[in-house]
Ligand binder design. Structure first.
Ligand code: TYD
Length: 209
């Protein structure tokens, strides 16, 4: 019998309040309806250790180097224990954030040296990258209005000021423009169903088997 074809790794990025979660759920349903096996996961998190690190990362102030190292520590576990085995078994992995978030938030937002982030990435996942990344682009003021309407208490990142999110957004857009084949920039101010259609169209365009 033939081995199952390797799955696809799709990541979702953007500033807090951009509306990623809704779209990840919609895409997971759409892919399952087409008979794909889908694994939904998130960063920081995705493993038992990763979720513990997430709690620390979202709740405790720390040096930007510490923050980046913990993000990549969680990611190392996530790749080894969840992402890689799922892809090898043929599942499509949808991850709410991955390494682009560390470049955008820790380098762009918190001033981590870009070379340090590059070095950590080269250590943790050399030669491995998402097959496709959706960047939910939204002005920080619109995202802030959405977060304010949410019932949940803001975490350490969500409490950051407007200029922080402007820097994170710029860092994301710079990255997306440097890697146009991997990124799709989505205008996240549009209606959910319009965004969902754009996402499905981008996947169809790839013509993945
Ligand atoms: P997210 O899951 O989008 O938050 P929520 O559950 O509130 O929707 O992401 C958690 C936070 O972690 C978010 O503010 C971005 C931040 N983050 C980083 O700063 N660096 C990273 O590498 C990752 C993966 C997340």
């Amino acid at each position: 019998m033939n081995a199952k074809a390797r799955g696809r790794f799709i990541t979702f990025e953007g500033i807090d309040g951009a509306g990623k979660s809704t779209q990840i759920a919609l895409l997971a349903d759409a892919l399952r309806a087409r008979g794909r096996e889908v694994l939904r996961t998130r960063e920081p998190g995705g493993t038992e250790l990763g979720e513990k690190l997430r709690e620390l990362l979202l709740g405790t102030d720390m040096h930007p180097d510490t923050e980046a190292m913990l993000m990549f520590a969680a990611r190392r576990e996530h790749i080894a224990a969840v992402i890689e085995p799922a892809l090898a078994a043929g599942a499509w992995v949808l991850s709410d954030r991955f390494s682009d978030a560390t470049h955008a938030y820790q380098v762009g937002g918190h001033g981590l040296a870009a070379a340090r982030c590059d070095a950590l990435e080269a250590w943790v996942h050399p030669g491995f990258a998402p097959d496709l990344t959706f960047l939910f682009d939204i002005p920080p003021e619109s995202a802030a209005a959405r977060l304010a309407a949410a019932e949940t208490a803001p975490d350490r990142f969500e409490r950051e000021q407007r200029d922080f999110f402007t820097r994170v957004r710029t860092a994301y857009l710079d990255r997306a423009r440097r890697e146009p084949a991997r990124f799709r920039i989505l205008d996240a101010t549009r209606e959910a169903k319009t965004i969902a259609a754009a996402i499905t169209a981008s996947i169809d365009e790839k013509a993945w088997q």
